[in-house]
Design a protein around this ligand. Structure first.
Ligand code: SAJ
Length: 427
């Protein structure tokens, strides 16, 4: 088949490259002209090596072309972002892509939307775009096949994950299945478009609610003087319990966003979902509260070093990162801040160039992201450069005992109080 992939971001690019590898003729388009020319030159953005290798190979071998427009094809796969503005879904990228695809598509063609959207969106937006182009939606095959890959392991999951394929009709779903069967080894499950849309949003909302539960438990355990990490580990030994991990907040462009697609659809039937969102949104405030408690004195005279700008471990993506919120809140209170991340290049504020620069003369160090690279951070080195010796570990990442042995006062989210505030007052 000839396939037009619309949107060459973290999903469209590897999906296009996989389709090309499976033997299809792929032409990709992205509205970002700079990205188009970089891709043509073989410069693949991002730090996931399997994605870079796969895309570079498909482009170099001419099996995937980066086009200046959306070319007519047998199938169109739309992979554009769906952010939120004030917690409401912004479907403008999907609408623009659907309008352009509708102009190029011919009767019998398949149009697949992969972007995460509120239930009911695919048929409405694609159908309306076709009608505006003077075409009859019934003459096209329309499907929603939500992407489900985890950033950090994209190529593997693209190939192996089960996929939900929703069709406008059962025959549209079967037609789309044949396309996905050409590169997916996982199970392909067929349903209607709206169910597929709901399934995708439900998966991410389930994760948000589960993390909120873990975060609430962390705060409760602190009050009870119990270690939440041990509690969760022991509870998870039960064959039907799987509680996720507490942390400084929930970031990324999916999990904190998608629950709003549901609560926006009906605020009255989504109270649990909305509460979970609030619990997770409060976590950055909890981190800042600990800074206030553990670093007494005039904030303007204090420097706080933050390790990790990425929203999670070992990715270079800082979108909706809890670090961004914690830094903002610290600055609002008057603290000086310095964020270091060895992977992230794009952040809301300038990043420190090195770990040494971040910790130099700092009064406290906050571990925000559990990047493997931070395993090499030694309390002796950090303590030698810092002015104060306070470690706030929001992921239970470091071995707190060795930091305490190096003279640090430590706070570990959800852990049994190990350096009490009373100790701090006496120090
Ligand atoms: N987090 C915790 N505790 C945990 C797990 C995660 O605090 O136990 C935090 C992370 O630190 C991060 C945030 O949650 O800030 C989100 O990270 P994540 O790894 O849970 O999810 P994403 O956003 O990287 O990817 C999710 C995945 N969805 C599910 O696992 C249900 C992925 O499969 C989706 O394709 C992706 O969203 C998406 O694009 O929708």
């Amino acid at each position: 088949m000839k396939i037009s992939v619309v949107g060459l971001g973290y999903i469209g690019l590897p999906t296009g490259a996989m389709l090309a590898e499976a033997g299809h003729e792929v032409c990709g388009f992205d509205v970002n002209a700079q990205l188009r020319s970089r891709l043509r030159a073989g410069e693949i953005p991002g730090t996931e090596n399997p994605v870079r290798e796969l895309a570079a190979k498909a482009i170099a071998e001419g099996r995937m072309r980066v086009s200046e427009r959306i070319e007519s094809a047998d199938a169109y796969v739309i992979c554009t972002p769906t952010p939120t503005i004030d917690n409401r879904p912004d479907l403008s990228f999907v609408e623009a892509a659907a309008t352009a695809v509708a102009a190029a598509a011919r009767p019998g063609d398949l149009i697949v939307l992969e972007s995460t959207v509120p239930p009911g969106t695919t048929e409405r937006i694609v159908g309306n775009a076709l009608r505006r182009a003077g075409k009859k939606p019934g003459e096209f095959r329309i499907a929603h096949c939500p992407e489900r890959v985890i950033p950090g392991n994209i190529v593997y999951e693209l190939r192996h994950n089960a996929r939900v394929i929703g069709g406008r009709t059962a025959s549209d779903a079967r037609y789309a299945r044949d396309l996905y069967a050409s590169f997916v080894d996982g199970e392909l499950m067929l349903t209607d478009c709206t169910t597929a849309e709901l399934v995708k949003v439900v998966e991410n909302t389930y994760r948000d609610v589960n993390i909120a539960f873990a975060n609430e438990l962390a705060l409760l355990a602190e009050e009870l003087g119990v270690d939440v990490w041990e509690t969760i580990e022991l509870a998870n030994k039960h064959p039907r319990v799987n509680i996720l991990r507490p942390g400084p907040g929930v970031g990324g462009h999916c999990i904190p966003v998608d629950p709003h697609f549901l609560s926006n659809a009906n605020p009255f039937s989504t109270e649990l979902i909305q509460t979970a969102r609030r619990v997770n949104e409060r976590m950055p405030h909890r981190v800042v509260r600990r800074v206030v408690e553990y670093v007494p004195g005039e904030p303007a005279e204090k420097k706080i070093a933050l390790l990790g700008a990425a929203y999670k471990a070992d990715v270079d993506d800082a979108r909706e990162s809890p670090t961004q919120r914690v830094e903002e809140l610290l600055r609002e209170r008057g603290y000086r801040t310095c964020v270091y991340d060895p992977l992230v290049t794009s952040f809301s504020r300038p990043l420190c160039a090195s770990l040494e620069e971040a910790v130099a003369e700092a009064d406290a160090l906050i571990l925000m992201t559990d990047h493997a690279a931070f395993r090499a951070v030694e309390p002796g080195m950090a303590g030698g450069l810092m002015r104060g010796r306070v470690l706030i570990d929001a992921r239970r990442f470091f071995d707190a005992e060795s930091w305490r042995a190096a003279g640090f006062t430590t706070y570990v989210l959800g852990a049994r109080a190990s350096s009490s505030l009373a100790d701090l007052a006496m120090a």
